[in-house]
Ligand binder design. Structure first.
Ligand code: AMP
Length: 207
């Protein structure tokens, strides 16, 4: 299964991708995680990405497309994958169509009013990229690997407003793009467990 998770920042893409990756044993490919790793490693890509990410802007299409193209060539992605955070523009989606055939796109929908709160209370594991929400559990260590959780530099009230604007302008048009290809399913992502059940059900129906 080649799956895309689409949705506004804080809609739960990372959480669902992790659940699905465990359930279906296919890799979770998060372009945000790849860029953050580049920033940590101090690569040229990381240097370009840092300023843009910190400002809530998207990194250039060419750069992110190259990253995804290389990642999809890796052995573990041959039998399927979950794309989280890619594509984010029509240009990226068109390029992806030339690279591979996507089976299903899930649009994770949450009330816009809860997004800012969710993002500001989000903590992530810098080692295994697990995502937590302090409103759900007050913890400071990753349950999977024990590392100290951190807050992403762009998970603040100021940057999130810009990220939502970018989503509406550049990414939301992908809803129509995938609807017209009969690939899109809308999922209520208010509750992560219910959302996961709904996604699983659709995938099993499809298979
Ligand atoms: P995420 O972890 O998916 O929220 O992504 C964090 C940030 O990385 C985004 O706000 C963008 O600046 C950048 N980014 C991640 N994926 C993409 C993409 N497909 N296209 C452009 N920028 C991206």
């Amino acid at each position: 299964m080649k799956i895309i998770l689409l949705g506004a920042p804080g809609c739960g893409k990372g959480t669902q991708a992790k659940y699905l990756s465990t359930e279906f044993k296919i890799p979770h490919i998060s372009t945000g995680d790849i860029l953050r790793k580049n920033i940590l490693d101090g690569t040229e890509v990381g240097k370009i990405a840092k300023k843009l990410i910190d400002n809530g802007q998207l990194v250039p299409d060419d750069l992110i497309i190259k990253i995804v193209e290389n990642r999809l060539k890796e052995d573990d992605a041959k039998n399927g994958f979950i794309l989280d955070g890619f594509p984010r523009t029509i240009i990226q989606a068109e390029k992806l169509e030339n690279l591979t055939k996507i089976d299903k796109v899930f649009l994770l929908e949450v009330d816009e009013r809860v997004i800012v709160d969710r993002i500001c209370s989000r903590r992530v594991c810098p080692v295994c990229n697990s995502v937590y929400n302090l409103n759900i559990e007050m913890i400071d260590e990753c349950k999977d690997c024990g590392a100290t959780l951190i807050q992403r530099a762009d998970d603040n009230e100021h940057t999130v407003v810009k990220r939502i604007e970018e989503y509406k302008k550049q990414t939301a048009p992908l809803i129509g793009f995938y609807e017209s290809r009969n690939l899109l399913s809308r999922i209520d992502s208010t509750c992560r467990e219910i959302a996961f059940e709904a996604i699983k059900k659709e995938i099993y129906l499809e298979a």
